[in-house]
Design a protein around this ligand. Structure first.
Ligand code: ADP
Ligand code: MG
Length: 365
């Protein structure tokens, strides 16, 4: 949209609209470019013309929490101008954004000569937005509380799981010793690998619920990791009539936590299999080096992610159409990829399948 059709200008009478238009400075921001920092001086009001803007608060030195988003025709940053306080959040472009900035002094001058009804309209708009932000905040708080509860529950469950899991492990190693033929050894190793996976999974849930991720990063050959994924899932995939195709040249190395990355790929694979709803399907995992990055794509030919949850897919507890969905799979995947300094996103259209993209910085040599 252009500046003339922005709703903010429509609040004012023509002479004031003309003045605001005159002093506005239109700026373009690329993906993840900061529009203003939290704590910075409030020196302008911003009208969003194109793209999306995220508002985030820093919660630790390397962690931000996104509180809300703005879309074209929204305006933001006016509260600081009115009460003279610094910016309460960081504003950052998501994808890209075109913003018209109206300098604070100019805006205040225009406001001085504005009719009372205009000011009332502006106030009512701002109050409405504050209300919806507060609602969103409360919603997130409730989510957090839920996570703590999940954490406590999981803690108990994990403790109870440990002993049967180690019995299974022990039994498989005894069978392996008593029947050292190749076939039995291989099956027993699979049992051991799966029980270890269950322990790792449970512990990761716990870590996620506690809100931090302890990383053990080291150089990792992707082709080997993908072989491991294939082996761990062979029976599961066969039973679900799902074909898994892996296309990864040898020698692609990234600095990653092997178990955690396996968890990400596992969560995405399981989601694809779930989406096929026992009808069978095809999953292709491909890894390439491109633009100083390693890109892993995981593509399925399933029904696609429901449009209603796409925008919030990576949030915890967002689940759809599953009796036992926790809504944690993609949230865990994102937290792990974030902890690697990587990126995760997806493209999905109804009836046309889904493709997840994971990007990592190439290992410096
Ligand atoms: N590949 C996919 N195809 C179709 N829908 C998907 C796919 N991946 C995820 N989804 C949808 O996203 C939801 C959230 O996934 P996730 O975060 O892993 O939680 P859960 O699997 O526990 O529901 C799923 O319930 C499903 O509706
Ligand atoms: Mg899942």
């Amino acid at each position: 949209m252009d500046l003339d059709s922005h709703q903010f200008l429509s609040f004012f009478e023509p002479p004031q609209t003309a003045k605001l238009r005159e002093i506005a400075i239109v700026e373009k921001f690329s993906d993840r470019a900061v529009i203003f920092e939290e704590g910075a001086e409030s020196d302008s009001i911003c009208l969003l013309l194109e793209g999306t803007v995220e508002f985030r608060k820093q919660i630790s030195p390397d962690q931000y929490q996104t509180l809300t988003q703005a879309f074209p025709n929204a305006f933001f940053g006016e509260l600081g101008l009115l009460d003279g306080k610094p910016r309460s959040m960081q504003a950052i472009a998501s994808g890209f954004a075109t913003v018209a900035k109206i300098p604070g002094a100019g805006f205040m001058a225009v406001l001085e000569e504005t009719k009372g009804t205009v000011v009332t309209q502006l106030c009512s708009y701002m109050i409405q937005r504050l209300r919806s932000n507060t609602e969103e905040y409360v919603h997130q708080l409730v989510h957090k509380e839920k996570m703590v509860l999940y954490g406590e529950m999981l803690n108990t469950v994990i403790h109870d799981f440990r002993s049967p899991l180690s019995s299974i492990n022990l039994a498989s190693s005894i069978i392996k010793e008593q029947h050292p033929d190749l076939d039995t050894v291989e099956w027993c190793e699979l049992i051991a690998a799966q029980t270890q996976r269950m322990t790792a999974m449970a512990e990761e849930f716990l870590e996620f619920a506690r809100g931090h991720t302890v990383m053990h990063q080291q150089p990792l050959d992707l082709a080997i990791l993908l072989q491991r994924l294939e082996k761990l899932n062979r029976i599961f995939l066969e039973q679900s009539q799902v074909e898994l195709e892996i296309d990864c040249p040898s020698g692609i190395t990234i600095n990653a936590d092997e178990d955690k990355l396996l968890r990400v790929l596992q969560n995405l694979t399981t989601n694809a299999v779930d989406a096929f709803k026992e009808q069978g399907g095809h999953i292709k995992i491909k890894a390439v080096e491109k633009d100083n990055q390693v890109e892993i794509t995981l593509r399925d030919n399933g029904p696609g992610i429901p449009a209603s949850i796409q925008a919030r897919l990576f949030e915890a507890f967002v689940t759809h159409g599953k009796a036992n969905g926790t809504g944690l799979g993609t949230a865990i995947a994102k937290s792990i990829i974030d902890a690697h300094g990587g990126e995760i996103d997806f493209v999905s259209h109804p009836g046309q399948g889904t493709c997840f993209y994971l990007r990592f910085p190439l290992m410096p040599f």
